[in-house]
Design a protein around this ligand. Structure first.
Ligand code: AMP
Length: 293
């Protein structure tokens, strides 16, 4: 595994690979890797000649009162995991290498990023778009791998690449869950045993709603209420939002679910802000609830 710490280094590594006619697949991460991340890495490795991973805790996507300082980090463990997976390039820039003195350009998406997490985390998606644009420009991947766990992020990045005529294929990958249904997340490490148990309310609220959908319910209100009531009645869980959106445009589904939609939840459990979602597809009920579990 070759390691790069600056944009210049990773650019040179990428250029050499491209000269040899090799395709590059990039998985951007903030590290503290788990099976969710590794599922993206494996897919990138299988679909490309060169498998590249970035680890960078991006300060500009954290709000002033968020968990930047305490965000879990373990570079040695991450490096060992990535070596095991046969990763070719690891890009771990420092904050200084990414945002030098006088850095003054940011990238904003102004439609898909407004609601859901964008509403409660002002500036978050500007930070995400900016860092992903920089990573893409440095690595120049053919494909980039993102998890559906951060569904809004995935769609915002897709939109950025379309609107900015970027030549990278954005690949969305399914959510990886713990055996009991909790979506894997680096932030799960913030949870005590008790909170970890309470956090199951997020996935369970989605599964409840998905079961309702599977039984033929198509009214947005009924699906939303079902999920919200479940989440809201859970002890020690503070819902932030429960939202039903068109899966492509992220527009609010106001009445009936007629197209593939995403039911997304965010909630605070103890010190952690957790998110989860599930796809509801009226044309493919198999792929909605069941397959996602
Ligand atoms: P993060 O390190 O949290 O920024 O995540 C890096 C990438 O891994 C993002 O594209 C996430 O959507 C993805 N990811 C995080 N958790 C999961 C999961 N449980 N299943 C699938 N992908 C995930």
């Amino acid at each position: 595994m070759q390691i790069a710490a600056t944009p210049e280094q990773i650019r040179a590594m990428g250029a050499r690979a491209r000269m040899q006619g090799k395709s590059i697949g990039l998985t951007p991460t903030m590290g503290f890797l788990h099976e969710g991340h590794l599922s993206l890495v494996r897919r990138a490795r299988d679909e490309n000649d060169v498998c590249a991973v970035s680890i960078f805790v991006n300060p500009i996507q954290f709000g002033p009162n968020e968990d930047l300082e305490g965000y879990p980090r373990d570079m040695e463990r991450d490096m060992a995991l990535l070596k095991q997976e046969g990763v070719d390039f690891l890009y771990t820039p420092t904050v200084e290498a990414m945002y030098g003195p006088g850095f003054s350009v940011t990238v904003s998406e102004n439609r898909l990023s407004l609601g859901m997490c964008g509403a409660s985390r002002p500036g978050h998606f500007d930070g995400v778009c900016t860092v992903v644009m920089k990573l893409f420009n440095a690595v120049r991947p053919d494909r980039a791998y993102f998890g559906q766990k951060d569904f809004q992020q995935l769609q915002v990045i897709r939109k950025m690449t379309q609107d900015m005529d970027m030549q990278v294929e954005v690949v969305g990958c399914p959510i990886v869950r713990e055996p009991d249904g909790l979506a894997m997340s680096s932030r799960n490490t913030y949870l005590s045993q008790d909170e970890r148990q309470r956090a199951l309310a997020l996935s369970r609220s989605l599964f409840e709603a998905s079961d309702l959908f599977g039984r033929g319910e198509r009214r947005a209100r009924a699906i939303l209420d079902g999920a919200f009531d479940f989440l809201n009645s859970a002890q020690g869980v503070e819902p932030e939002y429960v939202d039903l959106r068109d899966a492509e445009t992220l527009e609010t589904v106001a009445e009936n679910i007629a197209k593939r939609s995403v039911l997304a939840v965010a909630a605070r459990v103890g010190p952690a802000r957790l998110i989860d979602n599930i796809l509801l597809d009226p044309h493919n009920t198999e792929a909605s609830g069941g397959a996602a579990r």
